[in-house]
Design a protein around this ligand. Structure first.
Ligand code: HXC
Length: 260
Protein backbone atom coordinates (compact mmCIF):
# COMPACT_ATOMS: atom_id res chain seq x y z
CA UNK A 1 0.00 0.00 0.00
CA UNK A 2 1.20 3.54 -0.73
CA UNK A 3 1.04 6.07 2.08
CA UNK A 4 0.67 9.82 1.59
CA UNK A 5 1.33 10.97 5.14
CA UNK A 6 3.65 8.24 6.41
CA UNK A 7 7.19 7.17 5.62
CA UNK A 8 8.49 3.68 6.29
CA UNK A 9 12.13 2.69 6.36
CA UNK A 10 13.58 -0.67 7.35
CA UNK A 11 16.90 -0.83 9.16
CA UNK A 12 17.54 -4.55 9.55
CA UNK A 13 14.84 -5.89 11.84
CA UNK A 14 13.78 -2.38 12.88
CA UNK A 15 10.97 -0.52 11.09
CA UNK A 16 11.14 3.27 11.33
CA UNK A 17 7.73 4.84 10.84
CA UNK A 18 7.59 8.61 10.36
CA UNK A 19 4.45 10.74 10.47
CA UNK A 20 5.08 13.01 7.52
CA UNK A 21 2.97 16.17 7.36
CA UNK A 22 5.69 18.67 8.21
CA UNK A 23 3.73 21.69 6.95
CA UNK A 24 1.12 21.05 9.65
CA UNK A 25 3.74 19.94 12.23
CA UNK A 26 2.62 16.35 11.56
CA UNK A 27 -0.89 16.99 12.90
CA UNK A 28 -3.10 13.92 12.80
CA UNK A 29 -6.11 14.12 10.49
CA UNK A 30 -8.38 11.15 9.84
CA UNK A 31 -6.58 10.20 6.62
CA UNK A 32 -3.29 9.96 8.52
CA UNK A 33 -4.91 7.90 11.27
CA UNK A 34 -6.39 5.51 8.70
CA UNK A 35 -3.01 5.14 7.02
CA UNK A 36 -1.35 4.56 10.39
CA UNK A 37 -3.92 1.93 11.27
CA UNK A 38 -3.29 0.06 7.99
CA UNK A 39 0.48 0.29 8.30
CA UNK A 40 0.42 -1.00 11.89
CA UNK A 41 -1.58 -4.03 10.68
CA UNK A 42 1.05 -4.58 8.01
CA UNK A 43 4.00 -4.29 10.41
CA UNK A 44 2.31 -6.35 13.11
CA UNK A 45 2.01 -9.34 10.78
CA UNK A 46 5.56 -9.01 9.39
CA UNK A 47 7.71 -11.46 11.34
CA UNK A 48 10.91 -9.92 9.95
CA UNK A 49 10.13 -6.77 11.98
CA UNK A 50 11.34 -7.14 15.56
CA UNK A 51 10.91 -3.55 16.76
CA UNK A 52 9.29 -0.34 15.55
CA UNK A 53 10.38 3.27 16.01
CA UNK A 54 7.74 5.96 15.62
CA UNK A 55 8.80 9.56 15.02
CA UNK A 56 7.76 12.78 13.26
CA UNK A 57 9.33 14.39 10.22
CA UNK A 58 11.47 17.51 10.58
CA UNK A 59 13.27 18.74 13.66
CA UNK A 60 10.48 20.80 15.19
CA UNK A 61 7.59 18.48 15.88
CA UNK A 62 6.88 14.91 16.76
CA UNK A 63 3.16 15.57 16.34
CA UNK A 64 1.51 18.89 17.23
CA UNK A 65 -1.83 17.22 17.93
CA UNK A 66 -4.97 16.24 16.15
CA UNK A 67 -5.63 18.39 13.09
CA UNK A 68 -7.43 21.48 14.41
CA UNK A 69 -8.49 22.61 10.93
CA UNK A 70 -10.31 19.30 10.42
CA UNK A 71 -11.88 19.28 13.91
CA UNK A 72 -13.03 22.90 13.87
CA UNK A 73 -16.45 22.18 12.27
CA UNK A 74 -17.14 18.74 13.71
CA UNK A 75 -20.55 18.01 15.15
CA UNK A 76 -20.85 15.74 18.20
CA UNK A 77 -21.17 12.57 16.16
CA UNK A 78 -18.13 13.40 14.02
CA UNK A 79 -16.13 14.26 17.14
CA UNK A 80 -16.98 10.94 18.73
CA UNK A 81 -16.13 9.04 15.53
CA UNK A 82 -12.78 10.85 15.30
CA UNK A 83 -11.95 9.98 18.93
CA UNK A 84 -12.90 6.36 18.28
CA UNK A 85 -10.69 6.23 15.18
CA UNK A 86 -7.79 7.46 17.32
CA UNK A 87 -8.58 4.99 20.09
CA UNK A 88 -8.69 2.02 17.72
CA UNK A 89 -5.52 3.10 15.91
CA UNK A 90 -3.47 3.82 19.03
CA UNK A 91 -4.60 0.57 20.66
CA UNK A 92 -2.97 -1.26 17.76
CA UNK A 93 0.39 0.07 18.97
CA UNK A 94 -0.21 -1.59 22.34
CA UNK A 95 -1.55 -4.84 20.98
CA UNK A 96 0.77 -5.42 18.01
CA UNK A 97 3.39 -8.03 18.84
CA UNK A 98 6.52 -5.92 18.44
CA UNK A 99 7.72 -3.26 20.88
CA UNK A 100 7.22 0.31 19.71
CA UNK A 101 9.60 3.11 20.70
CA UNK A 102 8.46 6.72 20.33
CA UNK A 103 11.40 8.95 19.35
CA UNK A 104 9.96 12.34 20.27
CA UNK A 105 11.75 14.95 18.20
CA UNK A 106 9.87 18.12 19.14
CA UNK A 107 6.29 19.11 19.99
CA UNK A 108 4.20 16.23 21.31
CA UNK A 109 0.97 18.04 22.05
CA UNK A 110 -2.59 16.78 22.42
CA UNK A 111 -2.98 13.80 20.12
CA UNK A 112 0.81 13.76 19.69
CA UNK A 113 1.39 13.26 23.39
CA UNK A 114 -1.41 10.69 23.36
CA UNK A 115 0.21 8.80 20.49
CA UNK A 116 3.55 8.79 22.30
CA UNK A 117 1.83 7.44 25.43
CA UNK A 118 0.42 4.50 23.46
CA UNK A 119 3.97 3.44 22.54
CA UNK A 120 5.79 0.99 24.80
CA UNK A 121 8.84 3.20 25.41
CA UNK A 122 9.32 6.95 25.01
CA UNK A 123 12.65 8.70 24.48
CA UNK A 124 12.89 12.40 23.70
CA UNK A 125 15.12 15.00 22.15
CA UNK A 126 16.13 17.93 24.38
CA UNK A 127 13.86 20.16 22.28
CA UNK A 128 10.75 18.06 22.95
CA UNK A 129 7.69 19.69 24.49
CA UNK A 130 4.73 17.85 25.93
CA UNK A 131 1.22 18.83 26.87
CA UNK A 132 -2.49 18.22 26.60
CA UNK A 133 -3.61 21.72 25.55
CA UNK A 134 -7.13 20.64 24.56
CA UNK A 135 -8.76 22.76 27.29
CA UNK A 136 -7.24 25.85 25.68
CA UNK A 137 -9.31 24.97 22.59
CA UNK A 138 -12.54 24.19 24.43
CA UNK A 139 -11.91 20.46 24.01
CA UNK A 140 -10.99 17.53 26.21
CA UNK A 141 -8.22 15.10 25.39
CA UNK A 142 -9.84 12.49 23.16
CA UNK A 143 -7.26 9.99 21.94
CA UNK A 144 -6.81 8.27 25.32
CA UNK A 145 -5.01 11.08 27.19
CA UNK A 146 -7.42 11.15 30.13
CA UNK A 147 -6.68 7.44 30.65
CA UNK A 148 -3.03 6.86 29.71
CA UNK A 149 -1.58 10.01 31.28
CA UNK A 150 -2.84 9.18 34.82
CA UNK A 151 -1.67 5.58 34.38
CA UNK A 152 1.82 6.82 33.45
CA UNK A 153 2.38 9.75 35.82
CA UNK A 154 -0.37 9.44 38.47
CA UNK A 155 -3.70 11.23 38.74
CA UNK A 156 -2.37 14.39 40.48
CA UNK A 157 0.18 15.36 37.85
CA UNK A 158 -2.07 14.16 35.03
CA UNK A 159 -4.96 16.26 36.33
CA UNK A 160 -2.76 19.36 36.51
CA UNK A 161 -1.60 18.86 32.92
CA UNK A 162 -5.10 18.08 31.63
CA UNK A 163 -6.79 20.96 33.52
CA UNK A 164 -4.19 23.67 32.75
CA UNK A 165 -3.11 22.67 29.26
CA UNK A 166 0.41 23.61 30.37
CA UNK A 167 3.26 22.62 28.11
CA UNK A 168 6.30 21.02 29.77
CA UNK A 169 9.83 20.53 28.47
CA UNK A 170 11.75 17.28 28.05
CA UNK A 171 13.50 17.62 31.45
CA UNK A 172 10.18 17.90 33.25
CA UNK A 173 8.72 15.05 31.18
CA UNK A 174 11.68 12.94 32.33
CA UNK A 175 11.20 14.02 35.94
CA UNK A 176 7.54 12.94 36.00
CA UNK A 177 8.28 9.64 34.25
CA UNK A 178 6.63 10.49 30.95
CA UNK A 179 9.83 9.69 29.02
CA UNK A 180 12.60 7.21 29.80
CA UNK A 181 15.56 9.21 28.49
CA UNK A 182 16.41 12.59 26.98
CA UNK A 183 19.11 13.00 24.31
CA UNK A 184 20.47 15.86 22.22
CA UNK A 185 18.19 15.99 19.17
CA UNK A 186 21.00 15.13 16.75
CA UNK A 187 21.60 11.78 18.49
CA UNK A 188 17.95 10.90 19.18
CA UNK A 189 17.42 8.61 16.18
CA UNK A 190 20.78 6.95 16.68
CA UNK A 191 19.84 6.22 20.30
CA UNK A 192 16.38 5.01 19.28
CA UNK A 193 17.97 2.62 16.78
CA UNK A 194 20.50 1.40 19.34
CA UNK A 195 17.69 0.62 21.76
CA UNK A 196 15.54 -1.02 19.06
CA UNK A 197 18.50 -3.16 17.95
CA UNK A 198 19.31 -4.18 21.52
CA UNK A 199 15.70 -5.33 21.92
CA UNK A 200 15.76 -7.05 18.50
CA UNK A 201 18.76 -9.09 19.63
CA UNK A 202 16.82 -10.64 22.51
CA UNK A 203 14.61 -13.69 22.09
CA UNK A 204 11.81 -12.27 19.90
CA UNK A 205 8.99 -14.48 21.15
CA UNK A 206 9.95 -13.76 24.78
CA UNK A 207 10.03 -10.01 24.05
CA UNK A 208 6.62 -10.18 22.39
CA UNK A 209 5.16 -12.25 25.23
CA UNK A 210 6.59 -9.75 27.73
CA UNK A 211 4.82 -6.96 25.87
CA UNK A 212 1.59 -8.92 25.87
CA UNK A 213 1.87 -9.63 29.62
CA UNK A 214 2.42 -5.91 30.31
CA UNK A 215 -0.29 -4.60 27.99
CA UNK A 216 -2.96 -7.20 28.88
CA UNK A 217 -1.97 -7.49 32.52
CA UNK A 218 -2.04 -3.77 33.30
CA UNK A 219 -5.82 -3.78 32.77
CA UNK A 220 -6.45 -6.87 34.93
CA UNK A 221 -6.59 -7.42 38.68
CA UNK A 222 -3.31 -8.78 40.12
CA UNK A 223 -4.46 -12.40 40.43
CA UNK A 224 -5.72 -12.56 36.83
CA UNK A 225 -2.60 -10.77 35.58
CA UNK A 226 -0.29 -13.15 37.41
CA UNK A 227 -2.26 -16.13 36.11
CA UNK A 228 -1.76 -14.72 32.60
CA UNK A 229 1.94 -14.20 33.34
CA UNK A 230 2.26 -17.84 34.42
CA UNK A 231 0.69 -18.97 31.11
CA UNK A 232 3.04 -16.70 29.18
CA UNK A 233 6.05 -17.97 31.15
CA UNK A 234 5.00 -21.57 30.54
CA UNK A 235 4.65 -20.90 26.83
CA UNK A 236 8.31 -19.85 26.55
CA UNK A 237 9.26 -23.50 27.26
CA UNK A 238 7.72 -24.46 23.93
CA UNK A 239 10.19 -22.23 22.05
CA UNK A 240 13.55 -23.12 20.54
CA UNK A 241 14.78 -19.75 21.77
CA UNK A 242 14.34 -20.92 25.39
CA UNK A 243 16.44 -24.04 24.73
CA UNK A 244 19.02 -21.89 22.96
CA UNK A 245 19.04 -19.09 25.57
CA UNK A 246 19.32 -21.28 28.67
CA UNK A 247 21.70 -23.68 26.85
CA UNK A 248 23.98 -20.85 25.71
CA UNK A 249 24.16 -19.48 29.26
CA UNK A 250 25.23 -22.86 30.66
CA UNK A 251 27.73 -23.37 27.80
CA UNK A 252 29.11 -19.86 28.43
CA UNK A 253 28.46 -18.65 24.87
CA UNK A 254 26.27 -15.99 23.23
CA UNK A 255 22.80 -17.21 22.24
CA UNK A 256 21.60 -17.08 18.65
CA UNK A 257 17.86 -16.53 18.67
CA UNK A 258 15.67 -17.36 15.69
CA UNK A 259 12.29 -16.26 17.01
CA UNK A 260 10.96 -19.81 17.06
C1 HXC B 1 -3.49 21.69 12.47
C2 HXC B 1 -1.49 22.68 12.94
C3 HXC B 1 -1.50 22.10 14.23
C4 HXC B 1 -2.59 21.27 14.58
C5 HXC B 1 0.28 23.28 14.03
N1 HXC B 1 -0.37 23.39 12.86
N2 HXC B 1 -0.37 22.51 14.87
N3 HXC B 1 -2.49 22.46 12.07
N4 HXC B 1 -3.56 21.10 13.66
N5 HXC B 1 -2.68 20.65 15.75
C6 HXC B 1 0.02 24.17 11.69
C7 HXC B 1 -0.17 25.65 11.91
O1 HXC B 1 -1.52 26.01 11.68
C8 HXC B 1 0.76 26.23 10.88
O2 HXC B 1 0.14 26.15 9.61
C9 HXC B 1 1.92 25.23 10.87
O3 HXC B 1 1.40 24.02 11.44
C10 HXC B 1 3.08 25.68 11.74
O4 HXC B 1 2.60 25.99 13.03
P1 HXC B 1 2.85 27.40 13.76
O5 HXC B 1 1.79 27.57 14.76
O6 HXC B 1 3.05 28.49 12.76
O7 HXC B 1 4.26 27.09 14.46
P2 HXC B 1 4.82 27.72 15.81
O8 HXC B 1 4.51 29.17 15.90
O9 HXC B 1 6.24 27.28 15.90
O10 HXC B 1 4.00 26.99 16.98
C11 HXC B 1 4.12 25.63 17.17
C12 HXC B 1 2.98 25.13 18.11
C13 HXC B 1 1.64 25.62 17.57
C14 HXC B 1 3.23 25.69 19.52
C15 HXC B 1 3.09 23.61 18.17
O11 HXC B 1 1.54 25.25 16.20
C16 HXC B 1 0.47 25.03 18.28
O12 HXC B 1 0.12 25.47 19.39
N6 HXC B 1 -0.22 24.08 17.65
C17 HXC B 1 -1.43 23.51 18.20
C18 HXC B 1 -1.12 22.59 19.34
C19 HXC B 1 -2.35 22.01 19.94
O13 HXC B 1 -3.22 22.74 20.49
N7 HXC B 1 -2.55 20.69 19.85
C20 HXC B 1 -3.68 20.00 20.40
C21 HXC B 1 -4.75 19.88 19.35
S1 HXC B 1 -6.21 19.15 19.99
P3 HXC B 1 0.21 27.39 8.56
O14 HXC B 1 -0.63 26.91 7.43
O15 HXC B 1 -0.30 28.57 9.28
O16 HXC B 1 1.69 27.48 8.25
C22 HXC B 1 -5.90 17.50 20.01
C23 HXC B 1 -7.07 16.66 20.40
C24 HXC B 1 -6.77 15.19 20.33
O17 HXC B 1 -4.84 17.06 19.72
C25 HXC B 1 -8.01 14.34 20.52
C26 HXC B 1 -8.91 14.31 19.34
C27 HXC B 1 -10.10 13.38 19.52
Amino acid sequence: MNYTNLLLEKNGAVAVLTINRPKALNALNSDTLKELSALLDELGSDSSVKAVILTGSGDKAFIAGADISQMKDFNAIEGRRFAQLGHATFRKLELMPQPVIAAINGFALGGGCELAMACDIRIAGENAKFGQPEVTLGLTAGFGGTQRLPRLVGTGIASELLFTGDVIDAKEAYRIGLVNKVYPLDTLMEEALKLAKRISGRAPVAVQLSKSAIQRGINMDLDSAQAFEAEVFGLTFSTQDQTEGCGAFLEKRKPVFEGK
